[in-house]
Design a protein around this ligand. Structure first.
Ligand code: NZQ
Ligand code: ZN
Length: 395
């Protein structure tokens, strides 16, 4: 196992009614005038907005608002948020929503402390956003489980005419605290609830499918969370107000990327599926988790065929997570992929890229863009040709 540093400087307030700590905890972190940021308005329909205002009133906090942050959030929302924060003399940011709102607010938090274009703050060759040296205090209220943004140090922002997805990543971007009330996710539509599940599962798989590194603790914990997701997600389909299922999926979302704990001690930082999936979102504005469900089986089969020396990790996944009983590694691995496809179909993900509306003539362009900043993956090295093969297999 390689050396690593592990730190999650975010306090999680998990469970029913935790919103009551909101006002006083913002004040503890020096907040008196809050930028309240949210998405397209779901928080007004389900009552969360009013509950927040009540907490602000009780604590004597002033606030201004940034609304309309869209899924796959755009840099223009970030720039608008920076202006609202600075023009109104805010001293705290509260992000309320799913990953899109949380991510936009992370970029805003860094942008308000940076004298220059916020586009300077994306990840550079160093592997993090090295120009970030200070951030405004940020807290989150999560309303949709999936991305893990509530307990991690990253954010994904869409930039430019070609809708390229760029990453801000820095330890300072971990929220000061996150309120995780599973009841807030009751109103998430089925499609987005299940896309969130696919995202969580992919975060776990991306950290699991790595070269062997004697990381038994990380991998066994990861397997446990994966099995929990497989068990709990279908319960939400049957009853969207199943508190315990929503609670387990919400905590799985947070745990999957908390301090990137399941990839600690391993060589490199994998996430090739995210690298390719982001291109589907860029070209088709496709929901993030759906892109991952579409590509994962193809990527697994591609890796199993082109790098059979890695079959053992896929066979281990099949046996330990998907309950495959098969002695032969190649057969077990393939059965694991088949069972994963069955799971995706059960949570109503589209079966292939075509069904999701992807056009064959776009594949080459997306493959090229996926690797324009370098090859992807650590099990195999995915350049343009390999990315194209995977996209074709997923078609
Ligand atoms: O905007 P509103 O009206 O709130 O509606 C949202 C949105 O339409 C709706 N929603 C959220 N909570 C709801 C609700 N509707 C009803 N009731 C509720 N309680 O759900 C829709 C999707 O929301 P969004 O925030 O876009 O979803 P998600 O959480 O999946 O976030 C996706 C973004 O996160 C990035 C993705 O790339 C994508 O841009 N990611 C961020 C990561 C990170 N920060 O670590 C890692 C991930 O891999 C991912 O890349
Ligand atoms: Zn993701």
């Amino acid at each position: 196992m390689n050396n690593f540093v592990y730190s999650i400087p975010t306090t999680a307030y998990f469970g029913k009614g935790q919103i009551q700590i909101l006002g006083e905890t913002i004040k503890t972190h020096g907040g008196s005038k809050v930028l309240l940021a949210y998405g397209g308005g779901s928080i007004k329909q389900n009552g969360i907005y009013e509950m927040i205002l009540e907490q602000f009133r009780k604590a004597g906090l002033a606030h201004v608002e940034l609304s309309g942050i869209q899924p796959n959030p755009r840099i223009e929302s970030v720039e608008a948020g920076i202006r609202v924060y600075c023009d109104n003399g805010c001293d705290f940011i509260l992000a309320v929503g799913g990953g899109s709102t949380l991510d936009a607010c992370k970029a805003i938090a860094a942008g308000v402390k940076y004298h220059g274009p916020v586009t300077d703050l994306f990840v550079d060759e160093s592997g993090i956003s090295s120009k970030i040296t200070a951030v405004a205090p940020l807290a989150t209220i999560l309303t949709m489980a999936g991305t893990g943004s509530e307990l991690d140090m990253g954010g994904v922002i869409t930039v430019g005419d070609d809708h390229k997805k760029k990453v801000v990543l820095h330890p300072l971007l971990n929220p000061k605290f996150s309120i995780l009330d599973p009841e807030y996710t009751y109103t998430v539509p089925e499609y987005h609830s299940m896309a969130g599940v696919a995202d969580i599962f992919c975060h776990l798989m991306e950290q699991y499918f790595t070269p062997e590194a004697a990381t038994t603790v990380q991998d066994r914990m990861n397997e446990g969370v994966m099995k929990a997701v497989l068990e709990e997600a279908p319960k939400i389909l049957i009853d969207p107000k199943n508190y315990d299922a929503r609670a387990n999926i919400m905590w799985a979302s947070s745990m999957a990327l908390a301090g990137f704990q399941f990839v600690l001690g391993k060589p490199g930082f994998p996430f090739p599926l995210h690298g390719m999936g982001h291109e589907l979102s860029s070209r088709y504005d496709m929901t993030h988790g759906v892109t991952l469900a579409l590509l994962t089986p193809a990527w697994m089969r591609h890796t199993m065929t082109t790098a059979p020396e890695h079959l053992p990790v896929f066979a281990k996944f099949a046996r330990n997570v998907m309950d495959v009983r098969e002695a032969d590694d190649a057969k077990a691995a393939e059965e694991g992929v088949r069972k994963l496809e069955e799971f995706y179909s059960g949570i109503k993900m589209p079966a292939n890229l075509r069904e999701a509306g992807v056009k064959e003539e776009d594949l080459e362009m997306m493959a090229a863009k996926a690797v324009e900043n370098g090859k992807l993956g650590i099990l195999t090295s995915i350049g343009k040709e390999e990315a194209l093969q995977i996209l074709q297999m997923a078609l």
